[in-house]
Design a protein around this ligand. Structure first.
Ligand SMILES: CC(C)(COP(=O)(O)OP(=O)(O)OC[C@H]1O[C@@H](n2cnc3c(N)ncnc32)[C@H](O)[C@@H]1OP(=O)(O)O)[C@@H](O)C(=O)NCCC(=O)NCCS
Length: 195
């Protein structure tokens, strides 16, 4: 699998050389608490295990996980990838906290989605954001993801499940030349879980 590029970012397949960056970035609970399967605290063994797993999954055609680097500094800033979960494509991403609010997540995810629809030939990609993660809800809205439902979703770092807004983006929606204005997102109340 080759690397992907955007205006400001390089996305290269995650590999062993990224392990120390993963450990440093995911030591931050503000990052890991918004993710599903990342433990807290996060150790070198966790990083090695993750990289080994995604490397195998890539060879099997089950996951495509990229480390995001800033072209300006040639340093890693985050991670973005696609994997198959229960027969469906799922998008995931995170950035180390110093790199938040620069548009990097949206830029990286847009490139991974182009790869998903154009190379992997996914028909649709799903993603989710926890009820208290407005920034990620905003990223997905800007990318054109549409809300489908709310469900309880595991968060390993939190040690419990939390309400998660599930969303979907189809190939047709992604390919629209003029995407609709991204709708505003708001935090869910705990009572919002669909029965
Ligand atoms: C979610 C995350 C990836 C966003 O990364 P980012 O590079 O800062 O995202 P972008 O800059 O592309 O876009 C963020 C948007 O959310 C908005 N935003 C950020 N924090 C916000 C907040 N607290 N309240 C409201 N809006 C917020 C930004 O203004 C921006 O929207 P805009 O372009 O309309 O102004 C990053 O915060 C992160 O890594 N969080 C922890 C891990 C995580 O949540 N991963 C996603 C799991 S679903």
């Amino acid at each position: 699998m080759s690397s992907l590029e955007t205006e400001r970012l390089l996305l290269r397949p995650a590999s062993g050389e990224d392990a120390s960056f993963f450990v440093t970035a995911l030591a931050d609970y503000e990052v890991s608490r918004q993710l599903s399967s990342v433990p807290y605290p996060y150790t070198e063994a966790d990083a090695d295990n993750f990289i080994e797993t995604v490397t195998k999954a890539r060879a099997m055609g089950e996951a495509w996980v990229f480390t995001i680097l800033s072209k300006a500094t040639a340093t890693p800033v985050g991670c973005c990838g696609l994997h198959i979960k229960d027969g469906r494509y799922e998008l995931g991403y995170w950035l180390a906290k110093p790199y938040w609010r620069r548009g990097f997540a949206t830029e990286a995810a847009r490139r991974v989605l182009a790869f998903a629809f154009g190379v992997v030939r996914a028909d649709a990609v799903q993603a989710g954001w926890f009820h208290d993660n407005i920034a990620s809800g905003r990223v997905l809205a800007k990318l054109g993801f549409v809300a489908t439902h709310v469900e309880s979703w595991p968060s390993r770092a939190r040690g419990e499940s939390a309400l998660c807004n599930r969303t979907l983006l189809t190939r047709e929606q992604f390919g629209r030349k003029k995407p609709l204005e991204a709708p505003a997102v708001r935090q869910l109340e705990p009572t919002a879980l669909a029965s």
